[in-house]
Design a binder for this molecule. Structure first.
Ligand code: BGC
Length: 451
C-alpha cells in the first residue's frame, strides 16, 4: 500500500504531484502486472488457489450459422432486461423486443426467492406486453453477470455476488434451477433455460457470430471482466482436459489482486460489502471510479487545497463516474461545463484553477484505470499468442468504454506502449449489447452441439 508523506497544507501542487506518483503505473509496473496475471491464470486453470477464478463456460465461440428465436434475460447491473432475439443463420442477429425493469434496492438486498420472483414477474409482463404466445416451448438464454461455477451450459452455481448485490440464499445455489422454480410458480413452465452465460461470454459469442477472429470478450461497465478462448488441453482442472478443441474461459479478472493499492483504494475497499474481493474491479469500473475520485477530493478539501473559500462537500455516493465523465469532457477554455456542474451542487464562484484541479484528479484516476485495463488485455492476448503472431478481435461492451472521454484512446495507446507495432494485431472493437444478443447466440451454439 502506498501512503503519502507529510504534506504542507494548502498546497495543491504538491498534493497533486504526490497523487500522480501514487497512481502512476510505469512500463515496468505494467510488465509486472502482466507476469503476475500469467501466473494467476495458470494457477486458476489448474484449480489452484488464485485471484483469477478462470471459470470454464462449456461453450466455444459461434460459427455464424446458428439460428432460431430465443428469449434472453440480462441480469448484472441496476437494470434487468428481457429480450426476444432472432438469429437468422447468416451472422445477423435482430432484437425483436426489449424491455428494461429497474431492480428495486430492496430486491437486490432481499432474498433470492424474491429476486427470482421479480425476474419471473418481469418476464410475464414482457410476454403480455409483446403478445408472445405460450403454447410452444420457448428457449431462454440467461446472462448472469456474476462469478458462477458451471459444469455444463445450462447450470451454474453462484460463487459470490459482486457490484453491490447481496440477495440471500443464492450463493452456492444453481441459478438456473432458482429461475426454473420461479418460472413454474408464475405459470411460465413452457420457458426452458437452455443456456446460462456470463456477459463477457455473451459479448464474445455475439461478436464471433459475425467476426470469426474474435477470441476475447470484455465488459468495462458497472463491473469489469473478460473471457477468452482457451485450448481445452490447457484447462487442467477439467476432467475432459485430454479433449481436443477450445472452450471459453470466464477469467473474472475483476478479482485480480496483484496491483499496488493507494490509501484511497484501501478506504474504498473497506467500505464495500465485499472487502478484499474484486480489487482490480474497484480500480477500474464505473461503480467505483467516482468514489475513488471523491475520496481524493474530500481529502483535498480537508487539507484546504481545494475550495478553501466555501463549504464544499462531496458526500459518499454524491460523486459518480458519470460526473467524472462530464468533467473530463469539458474542453472549453474556461471550463464552464465544470463550473455549471459545481454550481448545480451548490459550489459556486469557483476559480479556473480549482476547476482545473478537479479535472486533473479525474484524469489521474481514469488514466490508471485505462492503463490497468490495457495491461490485463495484453496479459490475456499474450497468454493465447505470446509473440502476437495472429490477429485478435476483442469485443468490448460497457458504458465506460463507450462513453468515458479518452478511455478507449488511453487503452489503445498503452497497448502500443507495451507492444509497439505488434499492437496492430490487437483489434479493439465495440460490441453493442453482447449481454442481450450474446446469450441467444450461446443458446443457439448449445443447440447445435446437442444436434
Ligand atoms: C462480475 C462479472 C461480470 C462483470 C461485468 C463483475 O462484477 O463478477 O461476472 O462479468 O462484473 O458485468
Amino acid at each position: 500500500m502506498h501512503r503519502g508523506k507529510k504534506r504542507t497544507p494548502n498546497d495543491p501542487c504538491s498534493f497533486l504531484s504526490e497523487l500522480e506518483k501514487s497512481f502512476e503505473l510505469t512500463r515496468e509496473h505494467l510488465e509486472e502486472i502482466i507476469l503476475e496475471f500469467h501466473h494467476e491464470m495458470k494457477r486458476g486453470l489448474s484449480g489452484k488457489e488464485s485471484s483469477l477464478k478462470m471459470l470454464p463456460a462449456f461453450i466455444d465461440r459461434a460459427c455464424g450459422k446458428e439460428e432460431g428465436k430465443f428469449m434472453a434475460l440480462d441480469l448484472g447491473g441496476t437494470n434487468f432486461r428481457v429480450l426476444q432475439v432472432d438469429l437468422s443463420g447468416d451472422g445477423k442477429a435482430r432484437k425483436e423486443h426489449e424491455e428494461k425493469y429497474v431492480i428495486p434496492k430492496a430486491i437486490m438486498h432481499g432474498t433470492g426467492v424474491k429476486l427470482f420472483d421479480f425476474i419471473a414477474q418481469s418476464i410475464k409482463q414482457f410476454i403480455i406486453y409483446n403478445n408472445i404466445g405460450l403454447e410452444n416451448k420457448i428457449n431462454l438464454g440467461f446472462t448472469f453477470s456474476f462469478p458462477m461455477k458451471q459444469s455444463n451450459i445450462s447450470t451454474g452455481i453462484l460463487i459470490n455476488w459482486t457490484k453491490g448485490f447481496t440477495a440471500k440464499g443464492v450463493i452456492g445455489a444453481d441459478v438456473a434451477k432458482l429461475l426454473t422454480t420461479a418460472l413454474k410458480k408464475h405459470r411460465l413452465g413452457n420457458i426452458e433455460v437452455a443456456a446460462l452465460a456470463n456477459d463477457t461470454v455473451g459479448t464474445l459469442a455475439a461478436k464471433s457470430y459475425e467476426d470469426h477472429d474474435c477470441d476475447m470478450g470484455i465488459i468495462f461497465g458497472t463491473g469489469t471482466n473478460a473471457c477468452y478462448r482457451e485450448k481445452i488441453s490447457n484447462i487442467k482442472k477439467l476432467k475432459s482436459s485430454s479433449e481436443k478443441g477450445y472452450m471459453l474461459i470466464n477469467t473474472e479478472w475483476g478479482n485480480f489482486n496483484k496491483i499496488r493499492m493507494t490509501k484511497y483504494d484501501v478506504i474504498l475497499d473497506e467500505a464495500t460489502n465485499n472487502p478484499g474481493e474484486q480489487r482490480m474491479e474497484k480500480m477500474i469500473s464505473g461503480m467505483y471510479l467516482g468514489e475513488i475520485a471523491r475520496l481524493i477530493l474530500e481529502e483535498m478539501i480537508e487539507d484546504k487545497c481545494l475550495f478553501a473559500k466555501g463549504k464544499a462537500k462531496f458526500s459518499k455516493g454524491d460523486f459518480k463516474t458519470e460526473h467524472m465523465s462530464l468533467i473530463e469532457s469539458d474542453d472549453s477554455d474556461k471550463l464552464l461545463k465544470i463550473a455549471e456542474y459545481l454550481e448545480g451542487i451548490g459550489i459556486s464562484d469557483t476559480s479556473f484553477e480549482e476547476r482545473e484541479i478537479l479535472k486533473r484528479v479525474c484524469g489521474i484516476v481514469s488514466k490508471r484505470a485505462a492503463r490497468i485495463s490495457a495491461a490485463a488485455i495484453s496479459a490475456i492476448v499474450t497468454w493465447m499468442d505470446p509473440h502476437l503472431e495472429h490477429k485478435h478481435t476483442i469485443a468490448i461492451d460497457g458504458m465506460l468504454y463507450e462513453k468515458y472521454p479518452h478511455f478507449r484512446q488511453l487503452v489503445a495507446a498503452t497497448l502500443k506502449e507495451i507492444h509497439k507495432d505488434a499492437s496492430e494485431k490487437i483489434n479493439l472493437t465495440r460490441a453493442k449489447d453482447g449481454s442481450g444478443i450474446g446469450v441467444a447466440v450461446v443458446a443457439a451454439v448449445a443447440a447445435l452441439y446437442r444436434q
